[in-house]
Ligand binder design. Structure first.
Ligand SMILES: NC(=O)C1=CN([C@@H]2O[C@H](COP(=O)(O)OP(=O)(O)OC[C@H]3O[C@@H](n4cnc5c(N)ncnc54)[C@H](OP(=O)(O)O)[C@@H]3O)[C@@H](O)[C@H]2O)C=CC1
Ligand SMILES: CC(=O)N[C@@H](CCC(=O)OP(=O)(O)O)C(=O)O
Length: 348
């Protein structure tokens, strides 16, 4: 197979460099372009010595580089950048994978409310696919534009999918998602809240009154359940670690759901999925068990009063962002989902 020519816009950020780490050894990828507005002309390995001898590209200026020479372009950029460039790329037949939110929400009014940006290419949005391959693999395979999911939504949606698909949730009670992220989730840009002396030795909830991932998750919960009554309380927390995300879900089951052996149901639902691990009953998922890998692990805990608790872990930069994006690229180009993604978690 001819190599896939890959462009990455936003190569100096955390998800951009994570794409490089995963794509440099990918057997069917040729890294073609990597951009930075501020570092154009600088060899990538001067900024990231971890890539010395592996990536020999220099950063290009995104304003002048021709991205139509690529087969696929990843946007590892803030919200709004991909939609400004997608029309030219789509017209040239280039596939687009946006790691930001431009193509995640089909409801334009909801997007504009939460991201405070006018959506500039709603036609392309209509044909874009929500890139969660464990739920939408066939659509991903035929997509030209992918909205790669947010990191928190990936944990919540994969944690709940077997219950939603079987209609086993009591929707009169909101689902609770109590989620925690490492600091790299906030990106590499300088911000006071992510300074070492602010974020280390500290634990805090944030965006409790409303986080932009709540509407993204809710839209998918409605789609998967076919039930408009579904509701969600979502509270994210910042934890003093670099990578990793742990989400604890509490769900009230309906009468039929309460009759099920959920451990078996979850194992069956995910047994063919290469990147989802349902742990044995009683196991305790921990973030370091997935660090650096594209694996998402979960454990199921039946509780009293018809409740079930599901604990989900992933690496926010891998399954929560760049690994998932590469998984999507693999499917879009007819490759096995795990091509180039067999990297094992780092321990300790
Ligand atoms: N971090 C995470 O865990 C996750 C992040 N995401 C999403 O992925 C995207 C990237 O996140 P992350 O890597 O953390 O962010 P960073 O802040 O670390 O990096 C952003 C990158 O975008 C580039 N950039 C910024 N503005 C522009 C622009 N106008 N045009 C072109 N390039 C631009 C910057 O490069 P330069 O200034 O050099 O041009 C930088 O390389 C975000 O939308 C984020 O929400 C999604 C899931 C998880
Ligand atoms: C710790 C931290 O700050 N995390 C980010 C989530 C990053 C992400 O996945 O979000 P988008 O791609 O939707 O921006 C946040 O809560 O804003």
């Amino acid at each position: 197979m001819e190599k896939i020519k890959v462009g990455i816009v936003g190569g100096t950020g955390y998800t951009g460099v994570e794409l490089l780490r995963l794509l440099a050894p990918h057997p069917y990828v040729k890294l073609q372009v990597i951009t930075s507005r501020g570092e154009a002309g600088l060899p990538v390995s001067d900024m990231f010595p971890s890539l010395r001898g592996v990536v020999d590209l220099v950063f290009s200026d995104p304003a002048t580089v021709d991205l139509t020479q690529c087969d696929v372009v990843f946007f590892a950029t803030p919200h709004g950048v991909a939609m400004s460039q997608a029309p030219v790329l789509v017209a040239a037949g280039v596939k687009v994978i946006d790691l930001a939110a431009d193509f995640r929400l089909q409801d334009v009014a909801v997007f504009e409310k939460w991201y405070k940006l006018p959506h500039s290419c709603t036609d392309i949005l209509k044909q874009a696919v929500y890139g969660l391959p464990e739920l939408y693999a066939d659509n991903v395979a035929s997509a030209q534009v992918i909205g790669n999911p947010g990191c928190y939504p990936t944990t919540v949606l994969l944690g709940l999918a077997p219950l939603l698909e079987n209609d086993w949730i009591d929707y009169s009670v909101p689902i609770i998602a109590d989620a925690k992220s490492g600091v790299s989730g906030a990106g590499r840009k300088a911000e006071v809240s992510t300074l070492f002396s602010e974020a280390s030795d500290n634990l805090k909830a944030y965006s409790v009154a409303g986080h932009r991932h709540q509407p993204e998750i809710l839209a998918q919960l409605k789609k998967l359940s076919g039930n408009e009554a579904v509701n969600l309380i979502f509270v994210p927390h910042l934890v003093p670690m670099i990578r990793g995300m742990l989400t604890t879900l509490h769900v009230k089951l309906n009468a039929e759901g309460q009759q099920q052996s959920l451990q078996q149901v979850y194992e069956q639902r995910y047994h063919k999925e290469l990147f989802v691990d349902v742990m044995p009953a009683g196991a305790l998922p921990e973030t370091r068990s997935v660090r650096g890998s594209n694996c998402l692990r979960m454990a199921i805990y039946p509780q009293t009063e018809g409740y079930v608790t599901i604990v989900v872990v992933q690496d926010n930069l891998v399954k929560g962002a760049s690994g998932q994006a590469v998984q999507n690229m693999n499917l879009m180009f007819g490759l096995e989902a795990d091509t180039g993604l067999q990297v094992l978690p780092l321990l300790p």
